[in-house]
Design a protein around this ligand. Structure first.
Ligand SMILES: [Zn+2]
Length: 301
């Protein structure tokens, strides 16, 4: 019995000093996961192609991204200074989510140790998100006929605005976003289901909301695959979140989502989503809860 985990060493690269994004968390998360190494089955993605990304993103945007021709404003909005390492990273991360989805379709469950770049739009980057891995994964699988309906459960504290806009006219993908009402992005998109919670939401409020919303959606949508964004920026100590979830609340959330989806017999692919804490050790430990929760299922083949 082992849990498929997708990881690449180049998920992490050196950003300029003082850059606010905690890029090291991916490397530290790997160290955390090695503690459960006997129960994990590692997979390494290869960079996704331009053509695969062009199923979702505009060619002009992709060209500018690949060639380093993004304008200064576009780079500022992305949150990252452009570099070849950045492009390699996002191509690996996106390929990682797609690979995880393929493994999940075969085995029931697989988790990417990155991903969840839900602010990326078809033709621009936003909020540390350059390519929308959730959208590329769902679209690729739909286009090749591997799935007919996909449910995206986005529990990152920020709204999945890029995903919502990309799939606004795509009835085969249902987008659920549970997020903080007063947080980035200021200008919210319209998901198929938006649950905007007030700042200060605690474990009880949050988990009650999920149990009221998610099971009926699973029955209604009846997806062939659930893509779950398990952002930990819902945690009380997160720098960019406005909720008050505890460690045990985050763990309980992930365990509940995994159990609920898997008990319905639906494959689940997980991505780690957002998490912003100056203490990278604590942050990586928080992301590791997702993998620990998956191991408690005891059902990953
Ligand atoms: Zn977030």
């Amino acid at each position: 019995m082992s849990l498929p985990v997708i990881h690449h060493p180049d998920y992490t690269f050196d950003l300029p000093q003082q850059h606010p994004f905690p890029m090291q968390k991916f490397a530290v998360l790997r160290e955390h996961l090695l503690r459960f190494n006997n129960h994990l089955q590692w997979h390494e993605p290869e960079e996704i192609s331009f053509e695969q990304l062009a199923q979702v993103h505009s060619s002009s945007y992709l060209q500018a991204l690949f060639e380093g021709a993004l304008t200064r404003d576009a780079q500022r909005r992305s949150g990252f200074p452009w570099s070849p390492a950045l492009v390699r990273r996002v191509r690996l991360e996106t390929a990682g989510t797609l690979l995880a989805a393929r493994v999940a379709l075969a085995k029931g469950l697989a988790l990417n140790s990155a991903g969840g770049t839900h602010h990326a739009h078809a033709d621009f980057a936003s909020g540390y998100c350059l390519i929308n891995d959730l959208a590329v994964t769902a679209t690729t699988l739909l286009n090749e006929g591997s799935v007919k309906r996909v449910l995206i459960i986005d529990l990152d504290v920020h709204q999945g605005d890029g995903t919502a806009r990309i799939f606004a006219d795509e009835p085969r993908v249902f987008t659920l976003s549970v997020h903080a009402a007063r947080n980035f992005p200021a200008n919210k998109a319209v998901s198929d289901c938006d649950i905007a919670l007030e700042s200060g939401a605690d474990d009880a409020t949050y988990l009650e909301t999920l149990s009221a919303v998610v099971p009926p959606l699973i029955s209604r949508v009846s997806p062939d695959l659930v893509i779950y964004d398990a952002g930990v920026d819902v945690h009380a100590d997160d720098r960019l979140g406005h909720f008050r979830l505890t460690d045990s609340g985050v763990f309980a959330r992930d365990q509940w989502v995994l159990q609920t989806v898997r008990q319905a017999g639906i494959p689940l692919v997980g991505v780690i989503g957002g998490g912003y804490d100056r203490n990278v050790e604590q942050l990586a430990a928080r992301h590791a809860f997702f993998f620990e929760a998956a191991l408690t299922l005891g059902k990953a083949s």
